[in-house]
Design a protein around this ligand. Structure first.
Ligand code: FES
Length: 259
């Protein structure tokens, strides 16, 4: 983990205030909390301040949020310096947060960390062209698809966009993603191997026996279980696709109510 310190005073702006639009939004957030608990909005407001400031949190922005919430400045500083989602200094146009926690390291994140050092530089350094920066973070909550990197892109004129996860990374795919981002090419977020979301690589491995899908009426399915893509295709609701329970013949005694 990198040391979490405020940016050098030389690059700190002299002032910060929310825009009218952001201030209105902030008031709405604050109003969600009971009287006396307004400080609970600190994360949301710091996040919006970071977006307004262009992808990082100047000291004045943190203090502005503390003032709005009537909380001691040190409390807001504690929050901003604790969470790695808050950037305490300017970051690259594409900021990589690379998971360095055990499950991802067991799947090769250490190689990606080495790659970041070589390709980008030291954590929180910005490349000379201003395109890339990186930081090692704790678990991103997508361990099943490790190694994982979250890459946010700052468009230079407004809020950050594309807080996307890139998963199942290996040095080759990670290098390609970084190169494509730096070159302005479109990249595909999510798993970088042949799997859908967190499903097994290569397709389903369980519940594949067609006998499991025999209908309630004993009828055998006419075709194998749906593929993932077919199952997700919009169509009739499941209850309409099921065959109706066969009606007994008219006059069948079993259909008459017992009185
Ligand atoms: S350990 Fe890397 S996402 Fe959880």
């Amino acid at each position: 983990m990198a040391v979490r310190r405020l940016a050098d005073p030389a690059i700190q702006p002299k002032s910060f205030a929310f825009t009218v639009e952001n201030l209105d939004w902030a008031k709405g957030e604050i109003a969600k909390y009971p009287e006396g608990k307004q400080a609970s909005a600190v994360i949301a407001l710091l996040w919006r301040a970071q977006e307004q400031a262009g992808g990082w949190l100047p000291q004045k922005a943190i203090e502005h949020v503390a003032d709005l919430l009537a909380m001691p400045k040190i409390r807001a500083l504690e929050v901003a310096t604790f969470y790695t989602m808050f950037n305490l200094a300017p970051v690259g146009r594409f900021h990589v947060q690379l998971c360095g926690t055990t499950p991802c390291v067991l799947r090769g994140a250490d190689k990606l960390i080495k790659l970041c050092h070589e390709r980008i530089g030291e954590p929180l350094e910005v490349t000379d062209d201003g395109k890339l920066s990186w930081i090692e973070v704790e678990c991103l909550g997508a361990c099943v698809n490790g190694p994982v990197a979250q890459i946010s892109s700052f468009n230079g004129t407004g809020p950050q966009v594309n807080y996307d996860y890139y998963e199942d990374l290996v040095p080759e795919s990670f290098t390609r993603i970084l190169d494509d981002l730096a070159a302005g090419n479109t990249v595909k977020p999510g798993p970088q191997v042949a799997r859908q979301l967190s499903a097994p690589v290569g397709g389903p491995t369980t519940l594949t026996d067609a006998a499991l899908y025999v209908r309630g009426n004993g009828e055998q399915p006419q075709q194998p279980a749906l593929s993932d893509a077919a199952a997700k295709k919009a169509g009739e609701p499941a209850n309409m696709r099921e065959a109706a329970i066969p009606k007994p013949p008219a006059g069948d005694a079993s259909t008459k109510r017992q009185s």
